[in-house]
Design a protein around this ligand. Structure first.
Ligand SMILES: *Cc1c(COP(=O)(O)O)cnc(C)c1O
Length: 232
């Protein structure tokens, strides 16, 4: 089965920009690269409405259609009437109100998350085998919503990401492996998979670090102590 370029051209690209609000590539905001973009305001994201998100749409016309489908596709009639299948995807007024307030702290949250990333950059700078995932060059500006590292045990003197995760856990500090690839999920084990092992390696060696906007100096000291003790 092969997809020709002509067929690909008919696809609508929905950009998953769930984590990326405030990040840019060559000055252009993430969420504006696809035909449509989606942003998540889930509780763990850079700003939150407790749940839900937003769509970035290419025109006023597309916006109207999107909202129409999200509010049950009601025809313009005094009674409830539907000529199309719709969805109950609208955000409640209460959540939207929280979101408007959250927009005012977006820049502050980005700078706090970027400071956390700087902290990890200094912390892991001299430690062999540990790579902090960072902006590849100045074209990229990341909100650093989440700081994550890769640990190569061949270069770290045998220390694995699981060693670090458990050392954190011992001190009641939460960290988490990178996302388990879809094809390794029990749900999909019956299905064919095409790939070269990159995602398996990231899952094996990757660790998401405490990255919240509300971490204090004393939290950072505790993190630093665990890392120093394990690697030195
Ligand atoms: C959080 C996240 C989602 C899901 O967003 P929800 O608002 O929780 O549905 C999807 N994709 C990525 C990359 C995410 O980080």
């Amino acid at each position: 089965m092969s997809l020709t370029v002509t067929k690909l051209k008919q696809l609508t690209v929905v950009e998953d920009s769930a984590e990326a609000l405030g990040s840019t590539y060559k000055g252009r905001k993430c969420g504006t690269f696809g035909d449509y973009g989606i942003l998540s305001f889930n509780g763990n994201k850079i700003i939150t409405t407790s749940g839900g998100g937003a769509m970035v749409v290419p025109s006023k016309e597309k916006k109207e259609k999107t909202v129409f489908l999200a509010i049950q596709a009601r025809d313009n009639a005094p009674h409830y009437q539907h000529s199309e299948v719709g969805y109950n995807y609208r955000m409640s007024n209460i959540s939207a109100g929280i979101g408007r307030g959250q927009m005012q702290v977006l820049d502050e949250h980005i700078s706090l998350r970027r400071e956390m990333h700087q902290f990890y950059s200094k912390l892991f700078n001299q430690i062999p085998g540990v790579t902090l995932l960072s902006e590849p060059n100045s074209d990229f500006y990341s909100n650093h919503w989440l700081s994550a590292i890769l640990i190569d045990p061949k270069k770290s003197g045998g220390i694995t990401r699981e060693d670090l995760r458990l050392a954190f856990e011992e001190e009641n500090i939460e960290s988490r492996p990178l996302w388990k690839p879809m094809h390794l999920q029990p749900l999909y084990q019956e299905y064919p998979f095409y790939g070269t092992g990159v995602c398996e390696r990231l899952f094996e060696n990757g660790l998401c670090l405490p990255s919240g906007s509300n971490l204090t100096d004393s939290d950072r000291s505790r993190i630093e102590e665990v890392v120093d003790k394990l690697f030195k």
